[in-house]
Write a protein that binds this ligand. Sequence first.
Ligand code: FES
Length: 348
Amino acid sequence: MSYQVIIKPSNHTFTIETGESILQAALRQGISLPYGCRNGSCGACKGKILQGHVDYGRHDEETLTEQEKQNGFALFCCASALSENLVIECHEIDTLKDIKIRTMPCRVHKLERVAPDVMVIYLKLPTNERLQFLPGQYIDILLKDSKRRSFSLANAPQDDEFLQLHARNYPGGVFSEHVFTRMKEKDILRIEGPLGSFYLREALSDETKLIFLASGTGFAPIKSILEHIFSTLSSHENHRKLLLYWGVRVKADLYLNDLVEQWANTYKNFSYIPVLSDALPTDQWTGRAGLVHQAVSEDIPDLASYQVYACGSPLMVKAAYQDFTQLRNLPTAQFFSDAFIPSDNQTP
Ligand code: FES
């Protein structure tokens, strides 16, 4: 059974299934409510029940006292709906200033080599800790001697049991060499985040189409944004056109190609255009070739009704910005980017 929940003062609404927590239901439908631990310990998700009844769920008694319950408060990460027409009061997270930047330890949970020079790192935060972030943001791994190394978060915010990073093995990159040769499961790291202002913005209208432009591991934050959008599709009836152009050198660099093809088969409004710049004869590539931003320009002569999210090498991001805004009518305010600058002099 599903019920409707109204949030005050915004009047945003979402549906909640039996047994689902209020927080889980809101995140699933693209509504960001504040949270920390997601298990009833920290109190970051505390809000008021203005109307209706809830099951308070399992939580720390000190985090939500009996007195607070009587005063109408609940922890939204644990509370589930017991009646229809639930009305809650809380502050919604919709801009960067609402998100707290934190420094915390984490453990390397798993290392997965998905291409000859791409490693997916899964990080586990301490028990009772979760990192709230906007899809597209990044974290810094804090190294010795005050050095740091930035990685985009590749998981969607609602899928946060592990933080997922995509690390490329840059020639001469001391930290990336560490990842590929010495880093191992259970290693302890210190991270700071979330950081950055590359995240999904409000569309100008339902007609606004979105282009995601990635080069190499610039795919990571775009994966986070797309998985976030896909999780809200059915609930928001959101059928805006989504195009992913992923540019790499050779076919093996399309390190999560199967996943993206699966999205293309599942979501009718999503199209995937992989572009290879240096395909090998053994790739037997018959798809698009050349520079990834040029593929967009060739396909879409007028970008006036688009938003573009570009992530990857600084050269690609700069060339895309110039071509799209000067030659293809893209409004400058509708180009969002995150350029990856390899750090090759950092020590682990
Ligand atoms: S108590 Fe920590 S997020 Fe709910």
